[in-house]
Design a protein around this ligand. Structure first.
Ligand code: CA
Length: 233
């Protein structure tokens, strides 16, 4: 028996907020709403939703700041909503740790699909059978069941997307993965237009696990192809 997931919908436009919540409720989720950035943060801390759908264009507190604060203090996944043409916002959103995004105007079934995918990743149910209990590469230790990452004794907190990418790379040290392959590790409908977002995720992963992110020794770039985890950094 699956427990019901609670989703916080942050959108200042009342009709759109209601429409999104109605659709998700119909799909079996519990939904709560916030209409500005400050109340969004309050609700995240008070109600601890399983996922946040976050419009970036909000009154009182910018969506990017909301996302940054959520990421700094919780592991709650965030799906950003950006307006068409706001490529910059999307990249900034990934930089502060959003897990996925949709562009307005979006279709409700598409949004629901992304919600389901992010929740699956978040709970680890999407992991295929036969995944090892722990992935160890040098002093990097990944525990897929507990969704934890350690470098030596130091715990490292990652977004769901960062965790999926790192896990895929670390499962086969030495093997080169293309951006599209890495994208597919956390986004089911991956296509080439989104590939560059991987670079942002990799940059953030390096900040978390590399001694010197400018000269990475764990996750290295394979020019013209993609990325590889070094077997013995
Ligand atoms: Ca808005």
């Amino acid at each position: 028996m699956q427990t019901m997931h609670t989703i916080l919908v942050v959108e200042d436009e009342p009709e759109l907020n209601q429409m999104v919540r109605d659709f998700l409720t119909h799909r079996g989720y519990e939904t709560i709403e916030a209409r500005d950035g400050a109340s969004a943060l309050r609700t995240v801390f008070e109600r601890a939703p399983d996922l946040v759908i976050l419009d970036l264009n909000l009154p009182t507190l910018d969506g990017i700041d909301v996302a940054r604060t959520i990421r700094a203090q919780t592991t709650t996944p965030v799906i950003m909503v950006t307006a068409r043409g706001e490529e910059e916002d999307r990249l900034r959103g990934f930089e502060v740790g959003a897990d996925d995004y949709v562009v307005k105007p979006f279709s409700l079934p598409e949004l629901a699909m992304r919600v389901a995918a992010v929740l699956r990743r978040g709970t680890g149910n999407g992991r295929s059978a036969g995944t090892p209990a722990r992935i160890v590469v040098g002093d990097l230790v990944i525990d897929p069941d507990r969704r934890t990452v350690h470098v030596g004794d130091r715990p490292v907190h990652m977004t769901a997307a960062q965790f999926a990418i790192l896990s895929r790379l670390a499962a086969h040290p030495g093997r080169v993965y293309t951006r599209l392959q890495l994208l597919e590790s956390f986004q089911e409908d991956a296509f080439e237009g989104y590939e560059r977002s991987i670079d942002v995720h990799i940059k953030n992963i390096r900040k978390l696990i590399e001694e010197n992110p400018r000269e990475p020794r764990r996750v290295v770039t394979v020019w013209g192809v993609g990325y590889r985890m070094e077997a013995s950094p």
